[in-house]
Design a protein around this ligand. Structure first.
Ligand code: GAR
Length: 202
């Protein structure tokens, strides 16, 4: 069976990308192969992680493409050239339009650092999510991997994992624990689940 060709979209540090790269090496991801990393930030450390792993990279900047439509057509062109079957959003800080996501139905997944439907949707990204969870006073939080549809953070849930909030948590300590105990575990597992289903249809 052919492997699912995966592109990972990133914007920043790329610790989730690293978890995916490590999972492919260790065999947790076996039905797919990470072939391309696309960043919308030329300074993203994630690009370095991809280069270190020998994975092709591309930088696509909205400001060079004259806006969202041009940005997305450049993304599509780059994905088509590489024959990509599946997209993983791993800390990708840009919302994709309905017309883009409809081109990859149930073939785009995203990791979000909360238990959806809490603390999600537009404006909830990165550290802000953990600030909001602490401000609300919830006692558990976690991470969610879901399919991407036209509603930000609104697609069908694939996997979730929870952690307890501690009295002395700051947004930073909470973010670190959610990443280590939740995101880096469920993102590779969800990636394999979806890649296996796509590979069976190739
Ligand atoms: C991660 O916590 C990811 O869940 C979050 O940004 C961080 C990226 O870290 N994504 C979102 O908030 C998307 N709404 P990374 O670059 O080290 O993987």
């Amino acid at each position: 069976m052919d492997k699912t060709k995966i592109a990972v979209f990133v914007s920043g540090g790329g610790t989730n990308l690293q978890a995916l790269i490590d999972a492919e090496k260790s065999g947790i991801i076996k039905s797919g192969s990470i072939c391309l990393v696309i960043s919308n930030n030329k300074d993203a450390y994630a690009l370095k992680r991809a280069e270190n792993a020998g994975i092709a990279t591309a930088v696509v900047l909205k400001k060079d493409c004259g806006g969202q439509a041009g940005f997305e057509s450049k993304l599509l062109e780059t994905l088509n050239e590489a024959g990509i079957d599946m997209i993983v959003l791993a800390g990708f800080m840009s919302i994709l339009s309905e017309s883009f996501v409809k081109k990859y139905p149930e073939r785009i997944i995203n990791v979000h650092p909360s238990l959806i439907p809490s603390f999600c949707g537009e404006g909830y990204y990165g550290l802000h999510v953990h600030e909001a969870a602490l401000a609300y006073g919830v006692k558990v939080t976690g991470a969610t991997v879901h399919f991407v549809n036209e509603i930000p953070d609104g697609g069908r849930i694939i996997l979730q994992k929870a952690v307890a909030i501690r009295k002395d948590d700051t947004p930073e300590t909470l973010q670190k624990r959610v990443m280590q105990q939740c995101e880096w575990k469920i993102l590779p597992r969800a990636c394999e689940l979806v890649a296996r289903r796509i590979a069976a249809s190739l």
